[in-house]
Design a protein around this ligand. Structure first.
Ligand code: SF4
Ligand code: SF4
Length: 299
């Protein structure tokens, strides 16, 4: 299957702020521990102390309390480590899924924890962004969890990192997953793919072309900082996880005055949770209805 054609770049143009509209929040608290140890892990993993876990829990509970009184929001939890092995993340997902002002609540996860907790959530709003890490979990165990989620009617995508040694597992997973489940492939960090290699991954994920190379982003319109923000455990609001400039704080409301259209200040954006909001790419159409959990419209 050919690589996905990308549209020509469009430079950002000023237009009215849309800060009164639906707000999408990418939340990343202090949690940084994970039950896996992937050799290619891009995150700053550590062993969380009891105090750090307590602080993470308190931060998350403060955030969910804020969401319960907020206008219309969607939330994606993007922890540095694995959240679902912690009861407070499972509880937050369940609680938020039942709130009328929450349109979607999703989390990035390695799916190591059992899936039965999802039965307490509203399946119309809960979604999982699951990643399969060969070498960390037996294939059949991961596949069983994925199939179980499908039987429970939970929305989810599954992905793998496009390392050469993962290709056989990815092909097998594509063949074994329910047909409606989207299997995405992330380009491995710093790896350059030949056309032949890219074609192999594109046969598994028709949208691999979006991940293959970093997207030039400087000066281009990006929804982050306007209708999408990143929030940390202290409530510090930034436009995205990659631009360090602070817009304000969630809990004192100071971020709201800073919301508005602004072009990307960085040269490139190479992570899906960022470039999905880069307007010239048109990915809100490709992933309509599943932007946070990475489920394309066609899936
Ligand atoms: S599951 Fe994710 S956070 Fe955990 S070690 Fe692997 S890549 Fe890192
Ligand atoms: S394009 Fe990426 S790096 Fe730039 S502002 Fe948007 S999300 Fe952030």
């Amino acid at each position: 299957m050919p690589a996905v054609p990308l549209p020509d770049p469009v430079v950002a143009r000023p237009r009215p702020a849309r800060s009164d509209e639906h707000l999408t929040i990418l939340y990343r608290g202090p949690l940084a521990s994970c039950d896996y140890d992937c050799p290619y892990c891009p995150f700053a993993k550590r062993r969380d102390s009891v105090e750090q876990l307590r602080a993470d829990r308190a931060s998350l509970e403060r955030f969910t309390a804020w969401v319960s009184g907020a206008p219309s929001v969607s939330v994606l939890f993007t922890p540095w480590g694995e959240g679902l092995v912690r009861s407070w993340y499972r509880r937050a997902l369940v609680e938020l899924s039942h709130l009328p002002n929450v349109r979607r609540v999703a989390i990035q996860t390695n799916l190591s924890y059992r899936t039965s907790w999802t039965s307490d959530a509203d399946p119309a709003k809960l979604a999982l962004w699951a990643t399969y890490h060969p070498g960390q979990v037996p294939y059949e165990r991961f596949l069983g969890k994925a199939r179980d989620l499908a039987e429970r009617g939970i929305r989810y995508s599954v992905g793998v990192v496009g390392q050469p040694e993962h290709l056989a597992d990815a092909l097998r997973l594509r063949a074994d997953l329910p047909e409606h489940v989207y299997l995405w492939v992330n380009a491995a960090e710093g790896r350059s793919y030949t056309d032949a290699e890219a074609a192999e991954w594109t046969a598994i994920d028709p949208l691999f072309g979006y991940s293959r190379d970093p997207h030039p982003s400087r000066g281009r319109a990006c929804r982050t900082g306007e209708s999408v923000v990143s929030v940390d455990g202290d409530g510090t609001v930034r436009r995205c996880h990659f631009v360090p400039d602070v817009l304000g704080n969630l809990y004192d409301g100071t971020f709201r005055a800073a919301l508005g259209p602004r072009p990307c200040p960085l040269d490139v954006c190479d992570c899906h949770i960022g470039y999905v909001h880069l307007e010239p790419l048109g990915l809100y159409d490709v992933f309509a209805g599943g932007i946070l959990e990475r489920i394309p419209k066609l899936a």
